[in-house]
Design a protein. Structure first.
Length: 197
């Protein structure tokens, strides 16, 4: 079975491929299927964006589709950047610009608690959808640490650890991360549905 992953982000696709192992299921990125539309992530929630992406691409491709929407929620910023995590510093924002804006917003703030959240949606070509969620609690550093990972990884230290996501090994991060948690739930909850397609 071919399972379309609704992302053109190669870092995200690699993480999903490292975690989601199901017999007979081949994961294909959106870049590998010609003619798929771009989907505006304009829903107010992670769940809404994940379902929208999965539904649009499932119908366009005729394939079962997996999509995620994920982001960083910072306590002192009332949950920001949240669903705007990828565009925090503007519509065409780069990772360094997003990280710089976050550090500026938290300048002098003592409460650095934050969490990464990920909602995964699975949609059939007929329009049925299901979701699972993963979370990782932690804190925001005062300066980036580490060169691995992507996005806010150099600024985020998961609870129980002294290193940022950008300093941890990929295997360790995948076990702890919001996406890793969601994908592990997906394997458990959706195994029969996916393998049986």
């Amino acid at each position: 079975m071919k399972l379309l992953v609704a992302t053109r982000n190669h870092h995200k696709l690699r993480e999903i491929r490292e975690i989601l192992h199901l017999p007979g299921v081949a994961l294909v990125g959106a870049d590998e299927v010609p003619g798929l539309p771009e989907v505006a992530e304009d829903a107010p929630t992670f769940e809404g964006n994940a379902i929208k992406k999965a539904l649009v691409l499932a119908k366009a491709s005729g394939c079962w589709t997996l999509a995620d929407d994920s982001g960083l929620e910072v306590e002192a910023l009332q949950g920001a950047p949240g669903v705007h995590s990828a565009r925090y510093a503007g519509p065409a924002a780069s990772t360094p610009a997003n990280n710089a804006k976050l550090l500026q917003a938290l300048d002098g703030v003592k409460d650095r608690r934050a969490r990464f959240r990920c909602v995964l949606a699975l949609c059939s070509p007929q329009g049925e959808s299901w979701t699972v969620e993963g979370r990782c609690e932690g804190r925001i550093l005062e300066a980036p640490q580490g060169a691995q990972g992507f996005g806010y990884d150099p600024l985020f230290v998961p609870d129980g650890h002294a290193q940022s996501f950008a300093e941890l090994s990929a295997a360790c991060k995948n076990q702890l991360s919001h996406r890793g948690q969601a994908l592990q739930r997906a394997v458990t909850v959706w195994r029969e549905r996916l393998v049986g397609c």
